[in-house]
Design a protein around this ligand. Structure first.
Ligand code: GDG
Length: 730
């Protein structure tokens, strides 16, 4: 089984120094606990920061820590100095990315020093991984602190298997675009083979930014980066269900329950647990609770809110201010509504042991989870799993978890009244209904545990590895390539059919830009002048352009998918009429007006609507509308609608590249045929050539062709090998 190299900002253990000795304590965060079962069941190694500033460590200390971590715990430390922590972690990670990705643009700090430190630390993480990496390892990188690591590893090890999981939201393009380093971050992530998000919305936002900023198109979540397929998918993180569900039976938890019960008397308990972070909506929650006490006096001295706030990022200014604000609000509520013997809010500003947390989950009648933005939120899931009898969850729709926990009372955290009403509803809901709702959620959480989440991610990553290998084998492997060259050399009569755009040159925004360079023309000329060779350029372009570009070369030409051919002289394959064009033109013209970036290309016997420069979403909508509009008309005229890559072409239905290919194939008995193309219009050609020769598709989509070539460069390289020398487009 392949080893898994987990990479995250923090290791699952934290180091503390007490009286000169080091102590290793389990980290409690969601990611650390989540991955621990995967970590135990497969051979895996963890790389991360051990939670202590390295300037407080001598080189002997570091050696001692490293030895212990590596030998006892399979962990490899990346040491960070106080400066790294304040610039990379508190700086770029938590003052730039965190607020922006959680829709707090007003909190974002842009600082070049932060960015430089982020780059530097990401490089050091990647170097550490590269040091330990062996062939066959799967690398799994976690979260927003390490977005550049996938690409750095990829550059050093192009064949590596790299997964990345993003634990926080990915914001919409409108927000993400404001980041000065937006491009670098996307490029960093695109170094992975698999990029995972908690929800479909985050994945969608990521793909939209990828398209608008880097120009990458995706097909059902898959895009191609430098000839390599990359998959974007959703994996909603689960919890260790049994751990929380069984905690109730643990004697320590029972003891805690008894202890706390003594103090809460008969009050109904509303529980709130989070890191004290401005994304968690704590002030809004307190506001809603205050409103409840104000507008529903019947609840006074009947309920309490136990608020657990775990200290977090306390050196960052916004967190300090939040702490002050929360302290003040709690003081105010307790002052305003408290009585002798009853405080409406019990405030615990610290991290609690697991037994206490579980006891609270079990005791709480309502769990109030109302972040204003949260990637997933595990507390909500833990509460549902832990609660033995009725207890209602009130959950913010801004959490990833709300996608899976629809039976909870779902609220908009910014709407105080709605939250207040939800609290009333939860406190009054009958036990039977609560249990029913919880059963549904429980069974869902029991099925999709964190263990399953981890396994599914790794399986999908392995799958990507297989897919990549499959592509490489469908690619022209060295042995097949040698056989192709041998067959070419042995043959006396050779036919070479070449599509142009996307096959000999990359696709361009406008058709005029794709002019062939000197090297390419030289290469085609050389190929065409080898005795016994016949080269044909088969294109959807019109004959004027083809004549302009290739007129002087001794090659056959086919324009407009074969409406016109030059086999000696230009001629029509069959008589055609362009009488239909006027009517169809006016229809397409309406689409041009309504679709910025699109335009019509008019040829003698066909019309093409190009929308490469239009945003993909609008393009996708318009293209369906256009086709719907045209479908009836084209049937009357005996026309065919061809969907190419970001182009729709309307032409006579009898004309296609297969027919042209047939014209040349039947000219004489060839003993070597090669056909290369890249899009759907070339499939007709591939079908006709079939096993009479070699068919090659540029790119990795579904195809009739026997082999896939990664890029136009690979086509050029192959043609160079045929003629035995240099060439290619410049
Ligand atoms: C990030 C994303 C995403 C909390 N207080 C105590 C305690 N906890 C444990 C909880 C839970 C974890 O910490 C908190 O996880 P969350 O998911 O609620 O929030 P973040 O820390 O912000 O996590 C988040 C997560 O990554 C995973 O992808 O869900 O959206 O922001 O497990 O139980 N544990 C103990 N004492 C406490 O006082 N022992």
């Amino acid at each position: 089984m392949n080893r898994i190299l987990i990479v995250s900002n923090r290791l699952p253990v934290m180091i503390e120094r007490r009286k000169g000795s080091f102590f290793y304590r389990q980290s409690t965060g969601g990611v650390a606990t989540g991955l621990s079962s995967l970590y135990k069941n497969r051979e895996s190694i963890w790389t991360g920061w051990p939670g202590i500033a390295s300037n407080r460590l001598s080189s002997e200390d570091k050696a001692e820590i490293t030895e212990h971590l590596e030998n006892e715990l399979n962990c490899h430390p990346v040491f960070l100095s106080q400066r790294d922590i304040s610039l990379y972690y508190e700086g770029f990670s938590n003052k730039t990315v965190w607020p922006l990705f959680h829709y707090f643009p007003q909190y974002v700090v842009y600082d070049r020093q932060y960015w430089r430190a982020y780059q530097n630390v990401n490089e050091r993480f990647a170097e550490k991984v590269l040091d330990i990496m062996r062939e066959g390892d799967l690398v799994w990188i976690h979260d927003y602190q390490l977005m550049l690591v996938p690409r750095i590893i990829r550059q050093a090890k192009p064949e590596a298997s790299i997964g990345y999981f993003h634990h926080i939201p990915f914001p919409s393009y409108e927000l993400f675009r404001t980041l000065p380093q937006r491009r670098e971050l996307l490029e960093g992530l695109a170094g992975a083979d698999l990029i995972g998000f908690h929800t479909y919305d985050y994945a969608r936002h990521f793909l939209s930014s990828l398209h608008r900023i880097l120009g990458y198109e995706n097909n059902l979540g898959q895009f191609t980066e430098a000839d390599r397929p990359v998959r974007v998918d959703t994996f909603p993180m689960g919890i260790d269900y049994d751990r929380f569900a069984n905690a109730f039976h643990d004697p320590n938890v029972q003891k805690e329950i008894k202890n706390i019960k003594k103090r809460v008397h008969d009050y109904e308990v509303i529980l709130s647990v989070d890191r004290l972070d401005y994304t968690k909506g704590v002030p809004q929650r307190l506001e809603a609770y205050r409103e409840l006490l104000k507008t529903h006096p019947e609840f006074r001295e009947k309920i309490i809110l136990i608020m657990v706030a775990v200290p977090s990022r306390t050196r960052v200014e916004h967190y300090q201010r939040l702490k002050d604000q929360v302290d003040e609000m709690i003081g105010m509520i307790n002052g305003e509504y408290g009585t002798i013997g009853w405080s409406p809010v019990w405030y615990l500003y610290r991290s609690l042991p697991f037994a206490t947390l579980s006891a609270l989950y079990n005791l709480a009648d309502v769990c109030l989870v109302t972040p204003v933005r949260d990637g997933m939120n595990l507390v909500a899931k833990e509460y549902v799993a832990a609660k033995q009898d009725g207890g209602m969850l009130v959950l913010s729709e801004m959490t990833g978890a709300s996608r899976e926990l629809g039976e909870a009372i779902i609220v908009n955290p910014n709407n105080h009244e709605e939250v207040t009403d939800a609290l009333v509803q939860a406190l009054k809901m009958n036990e039977h209904e609560i249990i029913q709702r919880n059963q549904v959620m429980k069974s869902r959480l029991r099925r999709y545990t964190v263990d399953r989440w981890g396994r599914e991610f790794i399986e999908r990553l392995e799958d990507m590895k297989d897919r990549h290998l499959e592509m490489l084998t469908k690619g022209l492997a060295e042995t097949s390539r040698q056989t192709l060259l041998l067959n070419y050399r042995r043959a006396a009569a050779r036919l070479i059919l070449l599509d142009y755009d996307g096959t000999l040159v990359p696709l361009q925004h406008t058709p005029e830009k794709a002019k062939p360079g000197e090297n390419l023309l030289r290469l085609i000329r050389r190929l065409a002048t080898v005795p016994g060779n016949e080269v044909v350029v088969i294109s959807g372009r019109d004959r004027t352009i083809l004549e302009n570009w290739f007129g002087d070369l001794p090659v056959g030409l086919a324009a407009e998918h074969g409406a016109w051919i030059r086999d000696g002289e230009w001629m029509m394959m069959e008589p055609l009429s362009g009488a239909w064009k006027e009517e169809i033109y006016s229809i397409i013209e309406r689409y041009v007006d309504r679709t910025p970036g699109s335009f019509i290309e008019e040829k003698e016997f066909s019309l093409a609507w190009h929308y490469r420069k239009t945003g993909s979403e609008l393009g996708a909508i318009r293209v369906r509308e256009l086709i719907d509009d045209l479908i009836y008309l084209t049937a009357n005229f005996n026309l065919q609608i061809l969907e190419g890559d970001k182009v729709v072409e309307i032409k006579d239905s009898g004309v296609n590249k297969g027919r042209v290919a047939m014209h040349w194939i039947t000219k004489r008995a060839w003993d070597f045929i090669l056909a290369a193309g890249d899009d759907r219009t070339d499939e007709d050609m591939f079908a006709v050539v079939d096993d009479r020769g070699y068919t090659l598709k540029v790119g990795f989509g579904e195809t009739e062709a026997r082999y896939n070539l990664k890029s136009q460069k690979e086509v050029a390289r192959l043609l160079e090998d045929l003629v035995g020398g240099k060439g290619g487009n410049d």
